[in-house]
Design a protein around this ligand. Structure first.
Ligand code: RIB
Ligand code: CA
Length: 307
């Protein structure tokens, strides 16, 4: 059993990542924290609460976090995720409220209470994670593993140089990458191969009640690539936790550009560092066939449970 805490900005692919968690009995979800990103904090939190109930995630605590970046103006992705943040998916309104505490406190307290046991997963801007590291630097020791969907060592999607999660809060990402732990970075380099092609979408259709989330969400996810179908970026972070062998990861030094006029948010990745030890494991390939087999098996299990 692997315990995970997920910091996210749901967001269509965040939702599909949480569905992967819900369909994976080997994962024990210790908490969900939310951050502003794809849509504002009120919406990411409302979506996390709705997903907790729709995905039958039980009494997992959900805590709201940062409403904006440390320094930068708001960056949102409403064109990609829709005004609701879940595209055309229309989930029942949540009944249970968020926990009263702040996300940063939930992250610090959860990791402190189970040192080395919990994998911290971030699938949104890293503002909450940076604040947690600032509030309690020992979180880098307490986290069993730290896995993010974010960054790129090739092309960006928010700008030519930067991936959205990093570009939304470069200062936070810089704090996080320099905190002293090893960041497992699932960047666009691999996540852009995890495409919801038509055959994949067709395998989501017969999953009963779960398909009322998966199909409209994936169908309206406005990041259709040239190869066809949107990429479910965030599910790659959860897939790594479930089976790291799906990926090839290479040690590297990653530095986040915070001053560049055209390169702000760029994850400058050095695979042959000469001046410092690696601070990241950077994913360079994904076995896409095995990825979809695992994801769709999990969705099928979850679909049976929800019906
Ligand atoms: O660049 C993709 C990332 O940005 C994903 O986490 C998506 O949800 C958006 O937040
Ligand atoms: Ca996200």
């Amino acid at each position: 059993m692997t315990k995970v805490l997920i910091d996210c900005d749901p967001g269509i692919d965040d939702a599909l990542a949480l569905a992967l968690v819900a369909g994976s009995p080997s994962l024990d979800l210790a908490g969900i924290t939310t951050v502003a990103g794809n849509v504002d904090l009120a919406r990411t939190t409302a979506n996390a609460l709705a997903l907790r109930e729709f995905l039958d995630l039980g009494d997992v605590p959900v805590a709201a976090g940062s409403a904006g970046a440390l320094l930068r103006e708001d960056v949102r992705a409403v064109r990609t995720h829709g005004v609701s943040g879940l595209g055309d998916a229309d989930l029942p309104s949540p009944v249970r409220p968020a926990s009263p505490g702040h996300a940063v406190d939930l992250i610090v307290d959860t990791l402190r209470d189970a040192p080395g046991e919990i994998t911290l997963v971030a699938t949104g801007p890293l503002t909450n994670i940076a604040l947690a590291v600032r509030r309690e630097p020992r979180v880098v020791e307490w986290a069993g593993d730290f896995v993010i969907m974010g960054g790129t060592y090739t092309r960006g999607n928010h700008t030519p140089a930067a991936e959205f999660n990093i570009a939304a809060d470069p200062e936070a990402a810089s704090i996080v990458f320099d905190a002293g732990w090893t960041v497992t970075m699932l960047g666009l380099d691999v996540t852009l191969t995890a495409l919801v092609t038509t055959p994949v979408l067709d395998r989501m259709r017969p999953l009963g009640r779960l398909s009322t989330l998966l199909v409209p969400a994936a169908s309206s996810y406005g990041m259709v690539t040239a190869e066809g179908g949107p990429a479910i970026h965030d599910a790659c972070a959860v897939a790594y936790v479930l089976d790291p062998s799906l990926f090839t990861c290479v040690p590297a030094v990653v530095r986040v550009e915070t001053a560049g006029r055209y390169t702000s948010g760029m994850t400058v990745t050095d695979f042959a560092p000469r001046d410092r030890r690696p601070n990241a494991l950077v994913a360079t390939s994904l076995d896409v066939s095995r990825f979809w087999d695992m994801v769709l098996d999990a969705y099928s299990r979850l679909g049976e449970r929800l019906d």
